[in-house]
Design a binder for this molecule. Sequence first.
Ligand SMILES: *Cc1c(COP(=O)(O)O)cnc(C)c1O
Length: 254
Amino acid sequence: MTAENGGRAERARDGEADARRRTIAANLEAVRERAAAACEKAGRPPSDVTIIAVTKTYPASDVRILADLGLREVGENRDQEAAGKAAELGDLPLTWHFVGQLQTNKARSVARYADVVHSVDRARLVGALGARVRAEGRGLTCLVQVNLDAGSQAGVIGPRGGADPRDALGVADLIAAEEGLELGGVMAVAPREGDPGAAFARLGAVAAGIRDRYPRAKVISAGMSGDMETAIEHGATHLRVGTALLGDRGPNVG
Ligand SMILES: *Cc1c(COP(=O)(O)O)cnc(C)c1O
């Protein structure tokens, strides 16, 4: 390659990186505005709500841009992808949220890099995470994932995971009792069908029951790109936003 060609390729790459940065900056601004407007409508201060950027399927370079724009909370839903990005971005002051369904045999890996696991929904997972973070000498905040999908039967874990609302306090008790784990609160995904408001209201009631016993467990992780306003209306403290920040992931991807 000639020096001239190399220079041209480099300028083209810089141009693309600049364009990506401008896109993400505009998206972040729009998401912050949506959250602020919803907070105002709900009579809540905007500082009540934390935006977690769900960066699954997007490259570490996008996480770097988000960090540069002041976002510190990053969410991933697959262990392998999350572990790779966390390692690559170890120089950044990021908080890593694991938001996807978690198999018990992945607890060891997740315990190495995650700061918060949103998807804790069963006793075996609590025990596995506790054992692994103690072995790593780390701490870990855990949220009880609540299944809000009325369509899935009690006792049967739905396609998106989560404890039955009636079992959520029991899972919270286990987390609170597990050395190395900190009970942070609750998390849920709105059902695919039906009114997200009714589902988030139910989550709010479960969260209140847990807070009665554990006053510091204040996190309500609810609301994604399509339903963040509704989630804020019902008390969400943490939004998990992917598409609205980074773009459409296309079909069949998480
Ligand atoms: C992908 C994902 C999100 C983000 O969803 P968007 O609709 O892209 O904002 C939030 N929570 C979980 C658990 C996810 O897997």
